[in-house]
Design a protein around this ligand. Structure first.
Ligand SMILES: Nc1nc2c(ncn2[C@@H]2O[C@H](COP(=O)(O)OP(=O)(O)OP(=O)(O)O)[C@@H](O)[C@H]2O)c(=O)[nH]1
Ligand SMILES: [Mg+2]
Length: 387
């Protein structure tokens, strides 16, 4: 019996079972928890479970599906598999979305010494899991990353040309900003000692898609990380959940980490959406002026158009998890326009006050913009999308 299995077995304290109660059927607690975040992966579940059985033969493992209430019934299938195999669990999260948050909750639900995260679409090579486990058990590192960019790794099969470019840019950016030597910072396939996440948990951002980058950024510099190469495969069935929002959240994560959490992840996408608002505002202004409106009327109309577009885009991207629909959408739109109008007053008030107190025009203007954007973000997040 290896050291860690012996440690796990010794957790079977005699007084854990009350006197008179029958002994638990499964006595050895798992040594490895495999966390699988899922959203609409029903078609892939059985195949993944079968493959894990083969790959982890001889290991005392369990798996946890963390499903964000997928409309395709992923959690119902996971729970039916779990009724037949006690190694399988399913955590169904209702009213929430987010890959990182799902991984964090799955990892924190485990009591095993080692935890792995693997996608539910079979893009990751599950046969690497025993090697990853050996690295940890022999104490060669605290985190093992399944890597597409070290010897033995390949990414070509799983990515189309556009995704390859996005992935490369993201990797370079993350490596530079997070100051890590890890080559595959964007990997969704890794195994670690559970304490790594237990310790880092208060600093982790549940929003976003790139939990490994966050764990690396939130762990002490002394944390030993090793990469093992594997060939990234094509998705088995179903569709990708990667979209523009995921890319924006990744930028947000970097900014949030650089500012030690002062700037929340969703602030970056909120600001970029604001940038779209500026372009639309100018376009609407031009059209209204060409149509013969006075400048006052044209500017008022353009402001309303920009506010409405801002609301619509934010509702679809920044706050897609709390997306408003029907009457709530209309009420949210009205509230958002009200909040933005007040923010304009705050912007003008602050900028004018600073300008009158001998600040240069651009510093006063910038302070007004920052004040207005912060007000917009904080108040609309709380009142409109109730975050
Ligand atoms: N619980 C949960 N899981 C998610 C969410 N978004 C994606 N996932 C799961 O996370 C894993 C990775 O998502 P994918 O859509 O495959 O993303 P990707 O692998 O980066 O992108 P592709 O290469 O295009 O497949 C899959 O198992 C998804 O089902 C989410 O919001 N919540
Ligand atoms: Mg995938």
């Amino acid at each position: 019996m290896t050291k860690d299995i012996a440690a796990a077995a010794s957790m079977r304290l005699p007084n854990a079972v009350p006197a008179g109660a029958s002994a638990p059927l499964r006595t050895l607690p798992p040594i490895l928890t495999v966390v699988v975040p899922t959203y609409n992966e029903r078609q892939n579940l059985r195949e993944l479970v079968n493959r894990l059985h083969v790959a982890l033969d001889g290991v005392n493992w369990e798996m946890v599906f963390v499903d964000d209430d997928s409309p395709d019934g992923t959690s119902a299938l996971a729970k039916s598999l779990s009724r037949r195999d006690s190694r399988i669990r399913c955590l169904r999260r209702v009213g929430r979305r987010g890959l990182s948050g799902a991984c964090i909750e799955g990892i924190l639900s485990s009591a095993a010494p080692y935890v792995a995260v693997i996608d539910g679409d079979l893009q990751h090579d599950e046969t690497l899991l025993p090697k990853m486990l050996t690295e940890l058990r022999e104490d060669r590192c605290e985190i093992v990353v399944g890597s597409r960019f070290v010897e033995g790794g390949a990414a070509d099969a799983g990515f189309n040309a556009t995704r390859q470019v996005i992935s490369k840019l993201g990797r370079r950016f993350a490596q530079a900003v997070l100051r890590t030597a890890v080559k595959d910072t964007m990997s969704g396939f890794f195994m670690l000692r559970r304490e790594v996440v237990e310790d880092a948990a208060p600093q982790l951002c549940p929003e976003g898609f790139k939990i490994l980058a966050d764990i690396l950024a939130s762990s002490p510099e002394t944390t030993r990380v090793k990469e093992l190469g594997y060939e990234f495969r094509q998705r088995h069935a179903g569709v990708s959940k990667f979209d523009a929002k995921v890319a924006l959240d990744f930028l947000g994560l970097i900014v949030s980490k650089l500012t030690r959490g002062v700037v929340p992840v969703s602030f970056v996408s909120f600001l970029l959406v604001g940038g779209v608002g500026v372009v639309l505002h100018l376009a609407a202004l031009k059209v209204a002026l060409l149509a013969g409106l006075t400048f006052f009327a044209a500017q008022t109309l353009a402001t309303l158009v920009a506010m409405a577009c801002n609301f619509v885009v934010n509702n679809l991207t920044t706050y897609r998890n709390a997306r408003l629909r029907g009457w709530a959408w209309l009420r949210g739109l009205a509230m958002f326009c009200g909040i933005c109008s007040l923010s304009a007053l705050a912007n003008i008030g602050v900028a004018t006050w600073l300008f009158e107190h001998d600040q240069t025009w651009w510093a006063a203007g910038l302070a007004g913009i920052v004040m207005g954007a912060t007000w917009n973000y904080a108040v609309s997040a709380r009142l409109v999308w109730r975050k």
